[in-house]
Design a protein around this ligand. Sequence first.
Ligand code: PEP
Length: 249
Amino acid sequence: MARRKYVVGNWKMNGLRESLDEAGAIFAAAAEHPSVDVALCPPFTLVGAMAAAAPGAAVGGQDCHAAASGAYTGSVAAAMLVDAGARIVIVGHSERREGCGESDADVKAKAEAGLGAGLDVILCVGEPRKIRESGGAIDFVLAQVRESLPDSFDPTRLAIAYEPIWAIGTGLVPTTEDVAAMHGSIRAALSERIGAGAEKMRLLYGGSVNGDNAAELLGAGDVDGALVGGASLTAGKFLPIVAAGAALS
Ligand code: PEP
C-alpha cells in the first residue's frame, strides 16, 4: 500500500527562540512539497512557540513521561506537550535509552502515554556498533520492537524509526541493502504482531541522513521516511531531504 513519506527533524538539545525563524522557513518551504509529511521536534522550551508560530505545522516533543502528572522533577507529560501545541512525540531515542537508562518497558509506557494523550508517536530502535559487527543487528532490533510496542495501537499513529546507534551523528550510514533488510524484517515482525495493519505503519530510517544520501536511503525497500538530527537544524540542509522524499512520492 502507498504510504506517504514522512521526514522528521529532531533538534535534540539545540535551539533558542532565535531559531524559530529557521523553523518558519522550513515549514514554509516544506508546504511546497504537499506529498511529504514534515515535522520538527525542538527542545521542550520551543514546542509552544514553534507551534504557535506555524499553525497547522506538525511540531513534536523528543520525549514524554509515562505518567500523566506527579512528582517527576524535570519531566514533561504527554498531555503537557498537547497543551503546548505538539502533535507528535519521539520515544525511545538511543540517546535516552543509553544516556538515561530507558528500558524497552519504559519506552512502551511512554508510547502508550503519548498515544493516550492524542499524540502520534515515533518509536526509535537501533543497534550498537558491536551488535552490528557481530551479525546480531536484526535479532537485537526485532526484540526492541516486540518489547517496546504498545499492546494495542492505531497503526496510522505510530511510526518506527530504525536508527543504528553507530550511524547517529557520525557520518556513517549502513548500506541500502542493510537498511532494506532491517526495514523488511521490522515490517514482517509487525505483520506477525498486528496483521494487515503493519502495511499502514511508516518505517523511518535515521542516522546521518543528509541531502546527498537522502534519495538513496529514502528509496530503499520499506523506508517510508527519515528521522534527521544534525541536518534538520537549518532549512538549507533539511529541505533537500524533504525534496528527495517528494521526488519519490
Ligand atoms: C537522530 O539523532 O535522530 C539522528 C538521526 O541524528 P543525525 O541525523 O545527526 O545522525
